[in-house]
Write a protein that binds this ligand. Structure first.
Ligand code: ATR
Length: 280
C-alpha cells in the first residue's frame, strides 16, 4: 500500500488559513493520495513540533505568522529568496533534512507576470517596509525593474530595506508616506504592502491623482478583495491586481515540491476561495 503524502500549514492562530482549501483543491484535481492540514503551533514550541513532524513522515509545511523567522532558522538549507527576505514560508523535509524557501516573492511576481507586461527597466512605488515589502522588493529585483521609490510611515525602516536590497542596477529611494505625491507621475507600478485597507484596519489614505497613465496598481490585501485603494485606482482608469492572486500563486512551489505535480491557478480555484472568504 502506498503511504499517504502528508503536508500542512503551521501558524498561531491558524484557523483563518485558506491554504488547506487551495492545496485540497489541487490534490483533488490530480487525484493524489495526500493530505494538507492546519497545524496550530504555539510560539515557543516551533522547533520541537517541526522535528516531530519530520519524524512522523510529513513531507513539509507552509509557515505563517509568527513562525516565518523561526522556520528560516531551523532549516539545514536555505534558498536565495528566503535568505534575502529573512523569513521562510515553505519548508520541505527530505532525507531527514529541512530545506527552506520563501515563495511570497514568487507569488507576487507570477501574478504580476500573468498580466503580460514587460517590467525590465521599469520603476515602482512600493508602500510599506515590513515583511511583505521585503518579498516584494526581492521580486521586483528579480523581474529586472531599475528603480523603486519606497514609502513608509517610519522612514528609517525604508532606509534599512533600501540598503539591504539595492544594487548597481536596482536603486531604491526611501521616502515618507507624506511625500508620495511627487513620485506618482514616475511610477509604472504602485504596490501596497501594508495591511492598511484590510478588514478591521484603517484605509490606506493615499490619493492616486497624478499617477502615471497606464500604471498598474497592486494591493497585497485580499480581504476585502477590492480595497478602497484599488477601487480608487480603477475609478481613475488603472488596471489593478489583488492579494488573492499572489496568495494562490505563492502556494504553487510548495505543492510541487511535496506532491510532485505542477499545479495551476485557475479561475475556478480563485472563485472557490472567493466564495469561502464570503462565508467567513
Ligand atoms: P507585514 O509582515 O505584513 O509586512 P509588518 O512587518 O508589521 O507586516 O509591516 C507593516 C507595515 O505596515 C509597515 O510598513 C508599517 O509601517 P511602519 O514601519 O511605520 O510601522 C505599515 N503600517 C501599519 N499600520 C500603519 C498605519 N496605521 N499607517 C501607516 N503605515 C502603517
Amino acid at each position: 500500500m502506498t503511504q499517504k503524502i502528508k503536508a500542512g500549514v503551521v501558524g498561531w492562530p491558524i484557523a483563518h488559513s485558506r491554504s488547506p482549501l487551495i492545496h485540497g483543491a489541487w490534490l483533488e484535481t490530480f487525484g493524489i493520495e495526500g493530505s494538507y492540514e492546519k497545524l496550530a503551533i504555539e510560539p515557543g514550541t516551533f522547533q520541537a513540533r517541526i522535528r516531530k513532524l519530520v519524524a512522523e513522515g510529513y513531507v513539509g509545511v507552509n509557515v505563517t505568522i509568527p513562525h516565518k523567522e523561526a522556520a528560516l532558522a531551523i532549516a539545514d538549507e536555505r534558498d536565495a529568496a528566503s535568505l534575502a527576505i529573512g523569513a521562510a514560508n515553505t519548508l520541505v523535509f527530505k532525507d531527514g533534512k529541512i530545506w527552506a524557501t520563501n515563495t511570497d516573492a514568487f507569488g507576487f511576481t507570477e501574478y504580476l507576470k500573468s498580466k503580460g507586461r514587460d517590467w525590465a527597466g521599469k520603476r515602482a512605488l512600493v508602500i510599506g517596509a515590513g515583511g511583505a515589502a521585503r518579498a516584494v522588493l526581492f521580486g521586483l529585483r528579480e523581474l529586472g525593474l531599475s528603480h523603486v521609490d519606497l514609502a513608509n510611515r517610519t522612514v528609517d525602516k525604508a532606509r534599512v530595506l533600501a540598503t539591504h536590497f539595492a544594487t548597481d542596477t536596482f536603486t531604491i529611494t526611501p521616502l515618507a508616506l507624506s511625500d508620495i505625491a511627487g513620485f506618482l507621475g514616475k511610477a509604472d507600478l504602485v504596490v501596497n504592502t501594508t495591511s492598511l485597507g484590510m478588514v478591521s484596519q484603517p484605509p490606506l489614505e493615499i490619493s492616486l491623482e497624478g499617477l502615471k497613465p497606464g500604471a498598474l496598481v497592486y494591493d497585497l490585501v485580499y480581504v476585502p478583495l477590492e480595497t478602497e485603494f484599488l477601487r480608487k485606482a480603477k475609478a481613475l482608469g488603472h488596471e489593478t491586481l489583488d492579494g488573492l492572486g499572489m496568495l494562490l500563486h505563492q502556494a504553487r512551489p510548495g505543492f510541487e515540491a511535496w506532491f510532485g505535480a505542477r499545479p495551476q491557478v485557475t479561475e475556478d480555484l480563485r472563485q472557490r476561495i472567493i466564495d469561502d472568504l464570503k462565508e467567513h
